[in-house]
Structure formats: structure tokens, C-alpha cells
Design a protein around this ligand. Structure first.
Ligand SMILES: [Zn+2]
Length: 101
């Protein structure tokens, strides 16, 4: 299945309304049609200690809560990249991630 994978309905009650979509629906700072989600989880699919690029490829999964029955479900999964941050801590390099927004 090609990315992004979208789940536009609640798996339990098939409602399309989510808590985040309802909350953002009337906010003038968020343009209509923009994808919004309550939680985002970034999972790298590359070993950050083995890559030399400043970004790491990964899967960004979005989660939201059904406004009708309260089920938390994945609304979207997409491939994206996140910047790798390098910290110096007592002489050693520590690679970390800053999740995309
Ligand atoms: Zn539901």
C-alpha cells in the first residue's frame, strides 16, 4: 500500500469526527482541509548511529480520538524525515532526534 496511509473513519463506529478535527474546525489560524491530529509518533526506520545524513527517515503516525465513541485510533501514517540532533555530553557524541511537527 502506498504512503501516506489514511484511515478516515473510526474503526468502531465509523464516525469521521475526531476530537482534534472538531477542536480545530472553527479556528481561523488553521486553514480548512489541513490534516490535524491529536498525537504524532515518529519511528525512525534507519539506524541513526549508522547514517551520515543530517536527517533520518521514518514513519510518522498520527493518532486521534473518535468524537463519538472515544476510541483512539491511527488516522494517518506517512514517510517523512526528521533532523538528527547531535549533543556533546562529557566528550562523547550523542545522537538524538527532534520529531517533525
Ligand atoms: Zn467511534
Amino acid at each position: 500500500m502506498p504512503f501516506p496511509i489514511e484511515f478516515d473513519k473510526c474503526p468502531d463506529c465509523h464516525s469521521k469526527d475526531t476530537v482534534c478535527r472538531l477542536a480545530c474546525a472553527d479556528d481561523p489560524s488553521i486553514p480548512k482541509g489541513v490534516f490535524v491530529s491529536l498525537e504524532k509518533l515518529f519511528t525512525p526506520i534507519q539506524d541513526i548511529n549508522k547514517i551520515t545524513t543530517p536527517t533520518v527517515k521514518g514513519i510518522l503516525t498520527h493518532f486521534d480520538i473518535c468524537a463519538k465513541c472515544g476510541t483512539r485510533y491511527c488516522t494517518k501514517a506517512e514517510i517523512t524525515s526528521a533532523p538528527v540532533t547531535i549533543q556533546h555530553r562529557s566528550g562523547s557524541l550523542i545522537k538524538g532526534l527532534s520529531a517533525p511537527r
